[in-house]
Design a protein around this ligand. Structure first.
Ligand SMILES: Cc1ncc(COP(=O)(O)O)c(C=O)c1O
Length: 381
């Protein structure tokens, strides 16, 4: 096992799973066109917000009759707006296989107190979608960021379902194919796959989701920040760029710059290919070694963005301390920042492989992982 330090280092050691690495061409002067100090409701502000919405539609291939809104409080804001506004009309089915999905279960069961079936799987596994009744409202996460397990495709979701599907796609959008006809509510935030800035959420609604909003009023009060309807009608402004409260025009500009870069690498297909190439480099590394493995049990569910890894060497005495020491060593060497597993997840590493990451950086980092592993095994002894 290599104990000497590798000669090469990644040009960019940022492999955090959120906020994720900025686009490779990023520099602050790219944001010079941001209409700073202007009202977001002035023509320039509105046109930037509208462009952010329409370019999102174009890049992600979202149908023309779906609504796309920019909302407060990031992905959590978008998900909670949807759940608080739409759930309760029928039974809910809550599907979770890691920390964020589990958070949505808590919202629905403990806070909203909605009649719900809860289906969970352990870290590394996924719930069998064939067991889900899609005549209920189903809430799930497309890519479990903290376990690195994703839904392989939307085949199990029936086209003629009666319930709504509410999907947290924050670490999936721009890296995986999302079947829009199977998704009624989809959410993501800018700081994930496109490496944008935090605090803004995107809420995507199918015509059936809009119909629910316009025909159902929940029994509980909704704060202004969550309200999507007025007088029983969708507030259309939210979906054309008139946000509920004040957005950051600097963040909007940054998102527009990221979308522009995304187009330059081949749009959605190009982004997916980049994520796949990055993830494959990590998968191949693991397959060639007997001391590290993907946390995702079924290869069909392996994430191509938040790749979660576990150490499997029998010599490891304290799994949590060992994984932490590896992450610390990689950070100290300046070769991989923020790659420790999520706090609620099993001990291990999590390496972000979304499209803003360069495959060359993954390839330059992996020999350091090998080095850090050998060094920590040694340090243990
Ligand atoms: C699957 C998932 N859902 C929700 C969140 C929370 O996102 P935000 O901080 O944008 O609200 C995250 C953050 O990592 C996530 O990975």
């Amino acid at each position: 096992m290599a104990m000497t330090k590798p000669a090469a280092r990644p040009a960019n050691p940022r492999f955090s799973s959120g906020p994720c690495a900025k686009i490779p061409t990023f520099s602050l002067d790219k944001l010079a066109d941001a209409p700073l100090g202007r009202s977001h409701r002035a023509a320039i502000g509105k046109s930037k917000l509208k462009a952010a919405i329409e370019e999102t539609r174009e890049l992600l291939g979202i149908p023309a009759d779906y609504k796309i809104g920019i909302v407060p409080a990031s992905d959590t804001g978008a998900m909670e707006m949807a759940m608080w506004s739409m759930l309760g009309a029928r039974k809910a089915e809550m599907v979770a296989w890691e920390s964020f999905g589990a958070g949505w279960v808590t919202d629905v069961v403990k806070q909203l107190k909605i009649d719900a079936d809860v289906k969970t799987a352990d870290y590394g596994e996924i719930v069998d979608f064939a067991t889900i009744d899609f005549n209920n409202d189903v809430v799930f996460t497309w890519n479990g960021t903290t376990s690195g397990v994703r839904v392989p495709n939307g085949d199990a979701i029936p086209a003629d379902r009666d319930g709504l599907t509410i999907c947290d796609a924050t670490s999936a959008a721009f890296a995986m194919d999302l079947p829009w006809d199977k998704l009624d509510v989809t959410t993501f935030s800018w700081q994930k796959v496109l490496g944008g800035e935090a605090a803004h959420g995107v809420l995507i609604l199918s015509p059936r989701a809009v119909e629910r909003l316009e025909s159902y009023t929940p029994a509980w009060p909704l704060p202004k920040i969550f309200r999507l309807t007025k007088g029983g009608k969708l507030i259309d402004g939210i979906f054309t760029g008139a946000t509920i409260n004040t957005p950051s025009m600097l963040c909007v500009e940054d998102y527009l710059v990221a979308l522009d870069w995304a187009r330059s690498v081949g749009g959605l297909k190009g982004l997916i290919n980049r994520a796949e190439a990055n993830a494959k480099a990590v998968w191949d590394f693991c397959e060639a070694r007997d001391w590290i493995a993907n946390l995702a049990v079924d290869p069909a569910t392996r994430s191509n963005t938040s790749v979660c890894l576990k150490f499997t060497d029998a010599r490891i005495k304290d799994g949590a301390a060992f994984a932490k020491a590896i992450a610390k060593r990689l950070e100290a060497e300046g070769v991989a920042l923020d790659v420790g597993a999520y706090r609620d997840a099993p001990a291990g590493l999590r390496i972000w492989c979304g499209g803003t990451i360069e495959t060359a950086d993954i390839e330059a980092m992996l020999p350091w992982l090998e080095y850090a592993f050998a060094a920590e095994i040694d340090a243990q002894a």
